[in-house]
Design a protein around this ligand. Structure first.
Ligand code: ZN
Length: 324
């Protein structure tokens, strides 16, 4: 799929609330099929597809099913296999009762805001239930995940940090209910973020080896012992934070500013994030960070290009809006 940059001027309707359902469908169609619409079914893939307008229909109740009304909609029909499909088939929007234009506007908001947008804000602004808003935000975060990340190279900084959970006092057990997040950032490049069960060498080293092009990189970390021995496979600079801030280009300032962005967002917008959902929030911050040098429109087009694939897990929505 292409990441066709959205044409100049067409973004106004995203921010002023005038985007229509037909415009939203056309936007998604252009991104999914930049040349021409193709049959969505893998066993066919036919190129001869035409549009059909399906009128609203009411299905009466039967012994086994409740009656229901399906609204008028625009579908595609494949000439080869005769099957019909919608523009949202096989995407994160499939089977959603929320209008596509709402999805699109929320996606744009999540791409253009620096810190993120909470489900509570979406609920209020778009008149959705909290649960719907929450699910929508998580499906969008799923689309934000980088499914085939490029290896990090050059100078890569790695570090662990503690996030989430309520802090009760600063004494013993301060970090007990916090979650450990491990991050790697290529200087002037991309970040990778993982929620990890612990910060030991056997946990962190495989992640470093999987994410870094070890032949074309050098690693910068603090003196934490989990990194001991990594120099056998990867040149390693260590900064001793007890006594120094930076020694030449040996420092971890890049990953530390990444943590600052992540934490400001998690505290400011999402308040307390349950540890189970943290990987989803981390994907969102990583998505924006890795596209920090491009304009909002380009970041949005790139997200719209990643909506294929369905969320294949189920998470229960939190009951109280205190957890955004
Ligand atoms: Zn077909």
């Amino acid at each position: 799929m292409h990441n066709e940059p959205t044409r100049k001027g067409s973004l106004v309707s995203l921010t002023d609330g005038t985007l229509t359902e037909a415009e939203a469908r056309a936007m998604l169609e252009r991104i999914r099929w930049p040349e021409r619409v193709r049959c969505i079914f893998e066993d066919c893939g036919g190129a001869d597809v035409y549009r059909v307008e399906v009128a609203a229909k009411t299905y009466p109740a039967t012994a086994t099913r409740k009656g229901r009304t399906v609204g008028a909609r625009s579908l595609y029909k494949c000439k080869s296999c005769r099957r019909q499909f919608s523009v949202t088939k096989g995407t994160i929007f499939e089977d959603s009762k929320i209008p596509l234009r709402t999805w699109i506007v929320v996606m744009y908001r999540m791409c253009s805001s620096k810190k993120g947008v909470s489900a509570l804000q979406i609920q209020r602004e778009f008149g959705l239930s909290y649960e719907s808003a929450w699910f929508m935000c998580h499906r969008i975060r799923y689309a934000m995940q980088d499914k085939s990340p490029k290896l990090l190279s050059g100078t890569v900084e790695a570090d662990e940090t503690y996030v989430g959970g309520k802090v009760r006092g600063r004494g013993h057990g301060y970090r007990k209910n916090k979650t450990i997040v491990f991050g790697m950032v290529e200087r002037d490049g991309n970040a990778r973020t993982h929620v990890v069960p612990d910060n030991s060498g056997p946990t962190l080293k495989p992640l470093l080896h999987a994410a870094i092009d070890t032949k074309n990189a050098r690693l910068m970390t603090d003196e934490w012992r989990a990194y001991n021995g990594i120099e056998k496979s990867l040149p390693h600079g260590v900064i001793r934070h007890k006594s120094e801030y930076a020694r030449g280009d040996i420092h971890t300032n890049t990953i530390e500013s990444y943590w600052a962005i992540l934490k400001r967002g998690l505290i400011g917008v999402y308040h307390n994030v349950d540890a189970g959902y943290l990987p989803m929030y981390a994907s969102e911050f990583e998505f924006r960070y890795n596209r920090r040098k491009v304009k909002d429109a380009e970041r949005f087009a790139s997200l719209l290009g990643q909506v294929e694939g369905r969320l294949d897990w189920y998470l229960p929505a939190p009951e109280s809006p205190s957890t955004s």
